[in-house]
Design a protein around this ligand. Structure first.
Ligand code: 1CP
Length: 348
């Protein structure tokens, strides 16, 4: 199903040359877009993610407006957790009224069944595969186990996730059992998305950088490996994004993923040097560059392209999610500039 030659994005995932450097943007569907805000005036966020036609519509919005080289399913990393028996609300970030903080709560979690728990996600994927152009493959995604762990233990967002780390360090046996259950859910969830038609899969480890290398190696890395092992036979490129992971990249090299997402703090040349030539890279413009005047924005885009170097296997993206006060015209400028600057036989 996933022929890479027709898509610069899929080609880059496989480190094959293509007609231009593909570009998409983390959180490309969302509140910086007036057409997204219009949909959100009518329905709340959970309803939006659970109504396949609406989720498909907002997934398509940035593709129609900007012509990105990949679409990412509109959903949230927290969405599948309800299927394990975790209660969930958004206000606007995730809120869990009964966080998981001891062995009994871990044992009480239900095994996850994708068709039963997230039929709306699978249906949204099927709709999107009919509606998306072949130039914009669909990325399915999930939260990496440690990042999900942070939210289900803490009960919501946090700068430090101190409660989650206290559980991890204080009752490591129960914490590892929770991490493994989250890994098994994540693998089943990603497999179901691939079977429904997702053409690439991304794992968001947004809070990986809260761990030093020893703890990352002991707690977070083995459960990412567990997800990948369980996905073994699923033939889709896999992108792993260890946010704030500069000190973790040597360990990340050991993971059987095709693409590593790099946050904006690490120059892509440094990431390439550590990761070697066996992995493609994705990133990493500072999202704040979109608030700079056009000429400065374009200089910063050019710098990212130079850092990535001429070898195939670079997917242009921001180094983290787009800010919601971003001017959509700046996003148009970014997509157009990457396309023009890197077109084979063009100005590059
Ligand atoms: O009111 C609204 O519209 C809700 C805001 C919102 C949106 C637009 C949330 C709540 N989630 C989303 C969509 C979303 N979340 C996508 C859609 C696809 C796209 O990229 O266009 C994706 C991929 C996510 C993934 C996600 N959710 C991550 C990983 C990426 C990252 O930013 O590091 C994380 C950490 C979340 C949790 C979450 N969900 C929502 C919020 C506000 C948050 C952050 C909470 C926090 O820690 O403070």
């Amino acid at each position: 199903m996933s022929t890479s030659t027709s898509s610069p994005f899929l080609a880059a995932c496989r480190r094959q040359p293509s007609t231009h450097t593909p570009v998409w943007i983390m959180r490309q569907a969302g509140r910086y877009l007036p057409e997204y805000r219009e949909v959100r005036e009518k329905v709340d966020f959970l309803t939006l993610t659970k109504t396949p036609e609406l989720a498909a519509e907002v997934t398509l919005q940035p593709i129609r407006r900007f012509g990105m080289d990949a679409a990412i399913l509109f959903s949230d990393i927290m969405t599948p957790l309800e299927g394990m028996g975790v209660d969930l609300e958004f206000a606007p970030g995730p809120v869990i009224a009964r966080p998981i903080r001891n062995a009994a709560a871990v044992t009480a979690l239900r095994p996850f069944e994708a068709e039963e728990s997230v039929p709306f996600v699978l249906e949204a994927i099927r709709i999107l595969r009919h509606e998306l152009p072949t130039s914009a493959p669909l990325i399915g995604f999930a939260g990496a186990p440690f990042t999900l762990f942070c939210y289900v233990v803490e009960g919501g967002g946090s700068k430090t996730f101190s409660t989650a780390k206290a559980f991890l360090f204080g009752d490591s046996a129960a914490a590892v059992s929770l991490l493994e259950k989250l890994a098994d859910m994540t693998a089943a969830y990603l497999r179901a998305q691939a079977e429904a038609g997702a053409q690439a899969l991304m794992l968001f480890d947004s809070w990986a950088g809260l761990l030093g290398p020893l703890d990352y190696r002991r707690f977070a890395l083995p459960v990412v490996t567990r997800v990948l092992d369980r996905l073994g036979t699923v033939d889709r490129p896999i992108i792993y994004f260890p946010n704030q992971g500069a000190t973790l990249l040597a360990d990340v090299t050991t993971l059987a993923v095709d693409v590593v997402g790099i946050d904006w703090r690490t120059p892509l040349s440094v990431a390439r040097a550590t990761l070697g030539s066996a992995k493609a890279i994705q990133g990493n413009l500072d999202p704040a560059a979109l608030f700079a005047p056009a000429a400065e924005l374009e200089r910063r885009i050019d710098r990212v392209l130079e850092e990535a170097g001429p070898a195939p296997g670079h997917i242009f993206n921001l180094g983290h999610g787009i800010e919601r006060t971003t001017d959509p015209d700046q996003v148009a400028r970014l997509v157009d500039h990457v396309h023009e600057r890197t077109a084979v036989g063009g100005a590059a």
